[in-house]
Structure formats: structure tokens, C-alpha cells
Design a protein around this ligand. Structure first.
Ligand code: ADP
Ligand code: LRH
Length: 474
């Protein structure tokens, strides 16, 4: 029999892909059928995502997936969508979008944070939501809207799901990044909505990963060539939730770093931690697949490198500059790679030189400074996660695009003193596919996250970096 096949739509801040995931006898395998760039754009005087363009790319990818599976005689069992968190589109009753969604990199929330905390002090927000303070959490973005009148806020994956199916829901893992979800119950905290003057129905009803959202709208089936009864299934629609679900850990004693535009550094727990120490350390309690708690910190990430490469243009390639950076000596200048000062785009090499207080004369020197600094942030945050949670860790799994960065992986092993297991690169898409496969019965009845991770381990390529190796050996 042909293996069951699932389509994963996975859009990160730097790129998106439409991927076919097949559940073979050996385990899951992925085929990337369409990849497209993504990034913030200046539109109508603000930093936004062109989500209508992204949706066109999604439809194009689904059409390619339909062609591909028609050629092999396969049938796509379902589709799942995940993207970055916190951002949303405001949608009118008739389905129209109020504007292109703001990006979390837009500075519009700076002026409203105090007003929000004036209504509900951050201590009280944290006591309920367990969400780390980030100036762009949805709750601050909603406060910055001129009007919410007559609209509903659909988080980006929910917006794409709505355009695919006509069904409006709010997926639970991503809902945990809004700043109005109770970390313990996983339900919206009605009292917070009232206290913050947010309409109770601003978000649609919650949906859990694995639940069916709906089937394709006839017009979408027509445009993509997919059968109209193709199901769209909710997955961990927060990309980090899908990535963590697919961390190839063999037991509970692991920490993870989902390393891409951002670095999400933490452990998996069954209960939230909302202590004073946790709040001071600005750790977050986001919800994972199956009601787990992603106890982590959102730290600075490869955005710093992406922005430098954008500035340097075609004269500098990632591969070459990483090779040169690896050859530089350890102990160079450091910056706080986690600082809010790096959230906004533009002029990144200059900002990094300023922060480092060093000339950093070559692109390689800038890159080495970024990676040394990220490794420091990773090591510090891993130690804090272990201390605050009491969860001892034997290994750090790095997944996502950053797992391909051998220098970063080795520096992280060296700085943390822990072995780093790098890969899979496409953990997010694997988590997306495997939650769909489980919902379809392809992982057997009652499959747990442990079974999902075992499936990932059966086919995933990982590479281990031991601490304190000399860099020349990588
Ligand atoms: P996001 O989901 O946030 O868009 P990804 O997980 O796709 O991010 O990771 C993107 C990052 O991965 C890039 O910024 C880049 O630094 C890194 N990366 C991608 N390909 C490679 C590679 N071949 N070698 C090293 N790093 C890579
Ligand atoms: C990573 C991510 C992260 C959020 C950020 C906004 O893509 O979803 O988990 O904190 O984007």
C-alpha cells in the first residue's frame, strides 16, 4: 500500500514551505515541494507581513503538492498550518481583512505597554498567563489598534486556515502566546479580557492540535486541484510548538533550542511555573501539543545574522562567512544578543559594532561576534531553565535552520558544557505532519508525544557535538 501523505504548510519569519510528509514503514519522510521567502515589509507606514502574498504562495505550493501526488497515485489525507506566533489579522464579519497584519517588529506597542500594565500590572498578567514579557505579545498589539470594532483577531495560521476552509478558530498552542490565556487551564482568562477592555469574542473558539478544522472551500479546491473533501487539521500551529513536538529526544532529560529567526530555549514540563524567580528571569509557559508546557525563553536569534547578510548583499554568502568565522580565535568581543535593541530591522552590522564596542572589521568578525554571543545566551538560558524547573538535562537538542550552523552548535556545546544533538532542520514540519498522522490513526491508537518523538528518531538525521572540542575539528 502507498504510505499516507500529509501536507504541512510551515511559514517562519524568514521563509515558508509547503511540504509533503509521508508515513512509511520506517517512519516519516519529508519532500519540500515549494519554498518561498518571507520577511517584514514596510507597508502603509508600518512593518507588516504581506499575508495575502503568503497565501498565494500557499495555494501555489498546494497546487504543486496536488500535481505531485496525482503523479504518484497518492492522496493527501490532510493539511496542517503552522507559522510564527503572536501576530494576527483583524477580520470583518464579511471576511475582509482590515489591513495587512502588523509584524511584531513594528514599534507601535512601545507607547501602550505602560497603559496595559496600568490596567493589569505585569505581575498579575504573569500570575495567570505565565507568559514572558515581550513588547510585541498580542495583548499589547491589540491595545495599539485604533479600533477593534466589528472585527475578530485571527492569529496568522488561523487566518490561513480560515481562508482555506471558511472556519474561524483559535488554535490552542498559539493562543498561549497572546497574553490572555490561562497557562494552567489552557482556556482564555475571561477576567483579563474585561480588565484590559478587550472584547470577549475578539478571538474565535479554541481548537486543539489534532482536531479537524474543516474541509477546503470549493474555490480553494478549484484553485489547487485538490479534492474538496481534503481536510484541514489543527496542528501545533505555533511553529515552536510543532518543533518541540518533533524534538528527537529519547527520554525526559532533555533541553531544546529551536533555532531560527528567534531562539526558543527551554524544557518541556507538565505544569506551568509562575514563581517570582521565573518572572524575574522572564521565562515563558507556552502550551505545547497534548497540553504540555513549553517552559522556555524567547531569546535573540539568527535574525541578527539574517539582517547582516541582507545588508552585505551578494558579496557575502552564508557558507563562506561561516567558514571564515570558524577560523577566527575564541574570546572575541561579545554583545547581548538577547537585547530588545536588535528587534527592529536595518543597519544591523553597524548596531552590532556599536554594541560590541569593537571595530569588527570583516563580515566574518561580525558573524563570529553574533555566534559567540548567541552561544553565551544559550548557555545562560539552559542553566536557568534547569535551575528554575528542577529538570536535569543530559543533552541539548538544537532543531531548525540553526541546527545546520556547525560553528553555533559547537560553541553552544562548549559554552553549556552539554552535548548538543543537532537536527532535524525541518523539525517544525515534522511536528506538523506527525500530529496530522496521529489524528489520522497512522501512529496507532493512543499515540503520545513519546511515540511521535520515536517516529522522528527513526528517520531523522542528527549530529552530536561534544563540549570542549577544538573548533578545528568541526
Ligand atoms: P524561521 O523558521 O524563523 O524562518 P529557520 O528555522 O528556517 O527560521 O532558520 C533560518 C536560519 O537558518 C537562517 O537565518 C540561517 O542562519 C540558518 N541556516 C539556513 N541554512 C543554513 C545552512 N546551510 N548553514 C547554516 N545555517 C543555515
Ligand atoms: C518563532 C516564533 C517564536 C515567537 C516569535 C514571534 O518563529 O514563533 O516562538 O516568540 O516567533
Amino acid at each position: 500500500a502507498k504510505p499516507a501523505v500529509y501536507a504541512a504548510i510551515d511559514i517562519g519569519a524568514s521563509s515558508g514551505r509547503v511540504i509533503l510528509g509521508r508515513m512509511g514503514a520506517d517512519g516519516p519522510s519529508l519532500e519540500i515541494v515549494h519554498r518561498f521567502p518571507n520577511g517584514v515589509q514596510e507597508i502603509d507606514g508600518a512593518l507588516r507581513w504581506n499575508v495575502e502574498d503568503l497565501f498565494k504562495q500557499v495555494l501555489h505550493g498546494l497546487a504543486l503538492a496536488a500535481e505531485r501526488t496525482a503523479a504518484t497515485g497518492e492522496r493527501i489525507a490532510s493539511i496542517g498550518v503552522d507559522t510564527w506566533a503572536v501576530d494576527y489579522g483583524l477580520v470583518y464579519d464579511d471576511g475582509g481583512l482590515a489591513s495587512q497584519p502588523h509584524s511584531y517588529r513594528d514599534s507601535r506597542t512601545a507607547s501602550v505597554v505602560d497603559a496595559v500594565h496600568g490596567k493589569v500590572p505585569f505581575e498579575r498578567l504573569y500570575a495567570t498567563t505565565g507568559l514572558q514579557f515581550l513588547p510585541f505579545n498580542t495583548v499589547y498589539q491589540l491595545a495599539a489598534e485604533p479600533s477593534l470594532e466589528g472585527t475578530q483577531a485571527l492569529l496568522i495560521p488561523d487566518l490561513l486556515g480560515y481562508w482555506l476552509t471558511g472556519q474561524r478558530r483559535c488554535e490552542a498552542t498559539n493562543a498561549s502566546t497572546t497574553g490572555v490565556l490561562d497557562a494552567a487551564t489552557g482556556r482564555f482568562a475571561a477576567g483579563l479580557f474585561d480588565a484590559l477592555d478587550i472584547p470577549q469574542d475578539i478571538f474565535p473558539e479554541l481548537i486543539q492540535p489534532g482536531e479537524a478544522l474543516g474541509t477546503l472551500l470549493p474555490a480553494i479546491a478549484g484553485k489547487t486541484g485538490l479534492p474538496a473533501d481534503t481536510r484541514v487539521v489543527a496542528v501545533g500551529s505555533h511553529d515552536t510548538a510543532s518543533a518541540v513536538a518533533a524534538v528527537p529526544a529519547a527520554d525526559a532529560r532533555f533541553a531544546y533550542i529551536s533555532s531560527g529567526t528567534w531562539s526558543l530555549v527551554g524544557v518541556e514540563l507538565s505544569e506551568p511555573i509562575r514563581t517570582e524567580a521565573s518572572r524575574q528571569a522572564n521565562f515563558t509557559n507556552e502550551r505545547g501539543v497534548d497540553g504540555t508546557i513549553r517552559y522556555l525563553r524567547n531569546c535573540g536569534g539568527l535574525w541578527l545574522l539574517q539582517e547582516c547578510l541582507r545588508e552585505w548583499g551578494s558579496a557575502v554568502t552564508l557558507e563562506e562567512v561561516l567558514a571564515e568565522a570558524s577560523a577566527l580565535p575564541a574570546g572575541g568581543p561579545l554583545i547581548d544578543a538577547d537585547s530588545d535593541d536588535f528587534i527592529a530591522p536595518d543597519d544591523m552590522p553597524h548596531r552590532i559594532r556599536d554594541a560590541a564596542g569593537a571595530a569588527l572589521e570583516s563580515p566574518a568578525a561580525v558573524v563570529r561576534c553574533i555566534l559567540d554571543s548567541l552561544a553565551q545566551v544559550y548557555a545562560r538560558t539552559l542553566a536557568q531553565a534547569a535551575e528554575l524547573s528542577g529538570r536535569a538535562t543530559d543533552v541539548v537538542h538544537i532543531v531548525g535552520g540553526g541546527s545546520q550552523n556547525r560553528l553555533l552548535c559547537q560553541l553552544t556545546a562548549d559554552a553549556s558544557g552539554l552535548p548538543v544533538a543537532a537536527g532535524p532542520v525541518e523539525a517544525t514540519a515534522l511536528g506538523n505532519v506527525l500530529v496530522q498522522a496521529r489524528a489520522d490513526g497512522a501512529l496507532g491508537s493512543n499515540a503520545t508525544l513519546t511515540d511521535i518523538r520515536a517516529a522522528v528518531r527513526s528517520t531523522a538525521q542528527t549530529h552530536t557535538y561534544e563540549p570542549s572540542k577544538t573548533l578545528s575539528s568541526i
